[in-house]
Design a protein around this ligand. Structure first.
Ligand code: GLN
Length: 245
């Protein structure tokens, strides 16, 4: 059997990497390596533009308004390739600040308009009080354990009409009002969930790996892994969230 390999591009790891978002890349990579799937990782940043065309999966973390300001002009120069990646059904995970920048508008805490990719019809406007804390959502993805857990810390309120990543069970999500969290379009996942998101939600990580391999190698399942540690971390946080409610 041919050796399977995945190309992952991690965008702006030096600028957009809040609350351990780098852990998303590490989780995908490690769960592949445990299954003998080869992983090639490229870092892409302002003074190191690696090839986005070759990426099977792109991950981008969150950033404070200052970080978003720094990358925005550079990021928007890559609008076309990112849009093609998404339209081609490839995975792209964008967390918090980068999720906001896939939209049409981001007005930051100082009322400045930060240039956005305008790939999706998403609008985000900052408000003074921040939405901070642990969060549980019931996912709209086909996952056996529907609950996804994470941590959010954002001033931006996001509004859109796409399918959300999930329904907020505890916490704030997109805007603290409509109970939606994140968005899904094809294999684009935008989310406010740090934590980092993927290590404590192994089923979501495997959803990304499996669907990428399906497209590339027509595989229909992944070899099972022992998820005791990951599930314990997930459950402990889930319990803590309910206790603190
Ligand atoms: N600067 C954005 C906000 O506060 C994003 C913050 C983040 O990525 N956690 O809304």
């Amino acid at each position: 059997m041919t050796e399977m390999e995945l190309n992952i591009v991690n965008m702006y790891p030096d600028i957009l990497n809040l609350y351990g978002d780098l852990g998303n890349l590490i989780a995908i990579k490690q769960r592949c390596l445990w299954r003998n799937i080869k992983v090639n990782v490229e870092n892409f940043t302002i003074d190191n533009e690696t090839n986005l065309n070759e990426a099977d999966i792109i991950v981008i973390g969150g950033g404070a308004d200052t970080g978003q300001n720094i990358v925005s002009k550079h990021l928007t120069q890559h609008q076309k390739v990112l849009s093609e990646h998404v339209e081609d059904n490839k995975f792209l995970l964008a967390i918090c600040g980068s999720y906001q920048m896939f939209g049409t508008t981001y007005i930051d805490a100082n009322k400045n308009k930060i240039p956005c990719l305008e790939i999706f019809d998403i609008e985000t406007i900052s408000e003074e009080n921040r939405l901070i804390g642990n969060i549980i959502i019931e996912s709209n993805l086909e996952l056996k354990n529907k609950n996804i857990i994470g941590f959010e810390n954002h001033g931006g309120r996001t509004y859109h009409d796409y399918k959300s990543l999930g329904r907020v069970k505890l916490g704030n999500g997109n805007n603290g009002k409509d109970k939606t969290e994140g968005m899904i379009y094809k294999n684009f996942i935008g989310s406010y969930l740090h934590g980092p998101l993927l290590p404590k939600n192994p089923e979501l990580t495997d959803h990304i790996i499996l669907n990428t391999l399906k497209k590339k190698y027509s595989v229909d399942s992944l070899s099972p892994l022992n998820n005791n540690i990951e599930n314990n971390a997930h459950n402990a946080i889930e319990r803590q969230i309910y206790i603190n409610k």
